[in-house]
Design a binder for this molecule. Sequence first.
Ligand SMILES: O=C[C@H](O)COP(=O)(O)O
Length: 233
Amino acid sequence: MKLLVSVRSVEEALLAADGGADFIDLKEPGAGALGGLPVATIREIVAALRRHRSGLAVSATIGDVPMHETRRIADCVDAVGACGVDYVKVGIERDPQAPRVLDALAASGWPIVPVFIADQGLDMAHVAYACTLRFPGAMVDTFDKRAGSLFDAVSMEVLGAFVDTVHGAGSMAGLAGALRAVHAPLLHALDPDFAGFRTAVCVGDRSTALDPQRLRDLGMLMRGHSVPALLHE
Ligand SMILES: O=C[C@H](O)COP(=O)(O)O
């Protein structure tokens, strides 16, 4: 299982790249679940990572944009896509308009990863529909990070169905949502392609600074090693 780590600056991106992350995810953690960074910052981080020759895949979020703001979603996707990232992450709310947004994203021409926001559970019909649209990957995440983790919002059975459905379409499946070290066995059982982290790699809440030691320990744990320092996290 690979590790996606969300970062907000050049300094954090280089720390994550050298500290064991497999995917560098650009977002402003203090501005919501999929908080967007200014495009100038995204460009700056992408350039620094390319100079650093990390070779790691880079994703960036467009911000938390409601499903009915279709024009704004399209504009944000174009702006972020043009920054040279490998994937553009777009939050998909549990909303009747989700299929229409997914159609627009598929037609955008950018490599989109829809991120299903699962605080109110996961609508598997929306996931199955997204899987007909040939996105390179799909993720699940939660919006309210104080309300517990992904595993408090969605059952193992439904998460297993998500991973299987996405894999059945030949795409990468990712899980996130205030995941912590204690969730490692559940994540290993589900075996997604990657798990996404911010809260667990910070000293305080997810808006505080990224801690390289926590990142290294979490990386070891997700790769199946025992990490005593994380036993009581
Ligand atoms: O995309 C992954 C997220 O940034 C995970 O953040 P979180 O661990 O605070 O839920």
